[in-house]
Design a protein around this ligand. Structure first.
Ligand code: TRP
Length: 327
């Protein structure tokens, strides 16, 4: 029996953070044990919002590769590559753009909200509107059946299925309809209590130093009703406690009990959490430091990944062109 095909990508914008790790990448690492996995750095996607400033792009792509590898993506188990090394993505994107109605793209919920969020950039571009079509091409070119992503990506998955159906209906049944693979954790809160996201500047990066982690955890918001040390706390509304649930399962009951009795204060609770995170990230940091010292190794991993990805992608593209009548 052949293994199920899995595909996912991540934009090389800012260092990988704990939200990415818990929301997606740990799922990648698990799936690579049992599935036929393709993971990539979505550098074309990064251009849809950062086209005007590309001076850090090459560095960001390298950092993204280092972060993914140090978080546990294993090149002997999964194919890791960068999107622009596999030009078949761009060609399929072009073909799919011909049959994707504008109205489908305009109603994607992230479309208008992102434009609002990044007001200082001009996102009234053709490429930005087409972001989900490119994502559909990324997925369909590998005929992936499972796509491990965070919840925020569900509308893009839905659109991918609609585009696949439209292609299959117009030309030939080529593309299977992919399903999302969500993690068991809801979105991780950032230091300000909102969803952890680079655009909110509330992230804890997996590459943050122990000092940075202590500082960031130290300023995290907690139960808003617990003002004085003597006030009893409500762990269920506290972002810090969310972290205990994920990263310190063995200490969570004790922490919750002491918080409810006001026998532990927020300062100590955060100090303990910072230490837990520092230890959790220590092996990831060690792996990252090794990779930093081996630029050739990194290049080879990505080159080899691109070759393996292209073998699959070019076969699908040939099929798609033939179905359309371009062969
Ligand atoms: N849009 C995704 C994100 O922002 C990144 C991405 C691009 C992706 N292409 C993909 C994810 C294909 C899954 C599959 O997180």
């Amino acid at each position: 029996m052949s293994k199920q095909r899995v595909l996912s990508g991540i934009q090389p914008t800012g260092r990988l953070h704990l939200g990415n790790l818990i929301g997606a990448v740990e799922n990648w690492v698990e799936l690579q044990q049992s599935h036929d996995c393709y993971f990539f750095i979505a550098d074309y996607h990064a251009l849809t919002t950062s086209y005007a400033d590309t001076k850090n792009l090459a560095d960001d792509i390298r950092q993204a590769a280092i972060d993914l590898l140090s978080a546990g993506v294993a090149p002997e188990k999964a194919v890791l590559f960068r999107q622009s090394d596999v030009p078949e993505h761009a060609e399929l994107h072009l073909l799919l753009s011909m049959l994707t109605p504008l109205a489908w793209l305009e109603r994607v919920p992230t479309y208008k909200s992102k434009i609002e969020e990044l007001k200082e950039r001009d996102l009234g571009t053709y490429g930005f509107l087409g972001y989900p079509v490119l994502q559909a091409a990324d997925i369909l070119i590998y005929k992936a059946s499972r796509v491990p992503v965070g919840e925020d990506q569900l509308p893009h998955l839905e659109l991918t299925r609609e585009i696949a159906r439209r292609f299959n209906y117009l030309y030939k049944e080529i593309f299977p309809e992919p399903q999302a693979a969500l993690t068991r954790f809801p979105a991780l809160p950032g230091t300000d209590g909102r969803k952890m996201s680079k655009s909110y500047r509330n992230t804890i990066a997996i590459s943050d130093t122990p000092d940075a982690i202590r500082k960031k955890v130290g300023i995290m918001v907690t139960d808003p009703e617990r003002i004085k040390r003597e006030d009893i706390g409500h762990p269920d509304v506290c972002p810090v406690y969310q972290y205990y649930k994920i990263f310190a399962r063995d200490r969570r009951e004790k922490a919750a009990k002491e918080c409810r009795e006001a026998s532990r204060g927020c300062v100590d609770c955060k100090k303990e959490l910072a230490q837990v995170l520092i230890e959790y990230l220590a092996p990831i940091h060690a792996a990252g430091r090794e990779l930093e010292q081996e630029p050739k190794l990194l290049d080879n991993i990505l080159k080899n990944g691109a070759e393996r990805a292209r073998a699959v992608a070019s076969a699908t593209l040939t099929q798609a062109k033939k179905a359309i009548g371009l062969a």
